[in-house]
Design a protein around this ligand. Structure first.
Ligand code: KG4
Ligand code: ZN
Length: 336
């Protein structure tokens, strides 16, 4: 059977819906929430309200654009976690309501598995097994992917995510939220060796970003004491140096994971996979080490329902359905 599935993503601050037919993503409707900008970060209470306001329109648009009737849907998929509980609840409840009304099955999707499976939306698709570095605002993980439904976290952050380090550093420089893409933009005109930051040594494949966050805070404080206009005067060099440091941290671990596992098929996923330096240095490292790299399109790096739809497609083929009493889980782990 070639299923038609509607997928809903509402884990953080994007309300998104997508329709997939026979494994081909037909659309990917995303309504971003601007309400958080003035607070310098996502406000959970406001995020869930915005999802509630936007979800009906977003789902309708995805159905309309797909040119299908509701009765053609074979399943309704949703993000079960990880994410903000209030935000997840909106998507889960909407999906349950639709599945009840249409008398069709529900499919629950792990948001982090979906980031990895975004690589199967378009060619070139990775071959199994491959390693995926998933870097987002909430997570930093090294995932060993054995097949569409079997993956294992082999390394992860012990504290903050890399995206959080980007966003918090940007906030310290008074950039609007989310600051990651702005650091990327300014860094392109800066010198990556202008400033250096202390290395955090974490053994094995785990990461830690809390040290660099604190080091950056003290760096700015000390520099501003000597020159109050320090950020304005050296903005591009600061961004380039910080970005160089953060990207080096994850590439080091990726190199170690590839050496330990002997795997040369390497992918990146998640919002920070949109970072231009990570993309270009990964390609350079791949040339040097003989890796075959997979880098998703920009629209499938940050949160989107197309990746949820892709994950749901494989679950449908394996007949892995959820029951009506399923509840969202804020820290849902990847389960092999
Ligand atoms: O995957 P995502 O959309 O949401 C989460 O699941 O967290 O990732 C959002 C994160 C934010 O921290 C944002 O600043 C970061 O991805 N990000 C970037 C870039 N584009 C998005 N960080 C660095 N450079 C970028 N170009
Ligand atoms: Zn995400």
């Amino acid at each position: 059977m070639q299923p038609v599935i509607l997928a809903i993503e509402s884990s953080c601050d994007e309300t998104s819906a997508s329709v997939i037919q026979a494994g081909k993503v037909l659309n990917n409707v995303i309504a971003s929430q601007t309400v958080h900008q003035k607070y310098g970060g996502v406000v959970p209470e406001l995020a869930s309200r915005a999802h509630q306001q936007q979800i009906y329109e977003v789902v309708n648009e995805a159905i309309d654009k797909a040119g299908i009737k509701l009765s053609q849907l074979n399943a309704i998929a949703f993000t079960r976690g990880p994410g903000l509980l209030g935000s997840l609840l909106v998507g889960v409840s909407f999906a349950k309501g639709m599945a009840l009304a249409l008398q069709c099955p529900l499919i629950e999707v792990n948001h982090m598995e979906a980031h990895v499976l975004a690589h199967f939306i378009d060619a070139p698709r990775p071959t199994f097994p491959f390693l995926c570095l998933t870097v987002s605002g909430g997570h930093t993980q090294l995932v060993l992917v054995n097949d569409h439904l079997h993956m294992q976290v082999i390394g992860e952050t012990r504290d903050d995510a890399i995206g959080e380090a980007f966003d918090k550093a940007a906030k310290m420089m008074d950039f609007p939220y989310p600051g990651g893409p702005l650091i990327d933009r300014y860094a392109q005109q800066g010198n990556p060796t202008a400033f250096s930051f202390p290395q955090t040594q974490i053994p094995g494949l785990d990461f830690s970003f809390s040290g660099i966050k604190t080091a950056f805070l003290y760096f700015l404080r000390d520099k501003k004491k000597a020159e109050p206009q320090f950020v304005e005067l050296f903005r591009n060099d600061i961004c380039a140096s910080l970005q160089f440091h953060l990207v080096s941290m994850v590439l080091e671990k990726l190199k170690l994971a590839a050496a330990q596992t002997g795997i040369k098929a390497i992918a990146i996923a998640g919002g920070v996979a949109a970072n231009s330096e990570l993309r270009s240095r990964l390609r350079a490292q791949a040339d040097k080490l003989g890796w075959n790299v997979f880098i998703p399109e920009f629209q499938y790096c940050t949160d989107n329902a197309a990746m949820i739809a892709m994950a749901a497609h494989y679950k449908f083929l394996a007949q892995r359905f959820a029951s009506q009493d399923v509840a969202p889980v804020a820290n849902l782990a990847i389960a092999d």
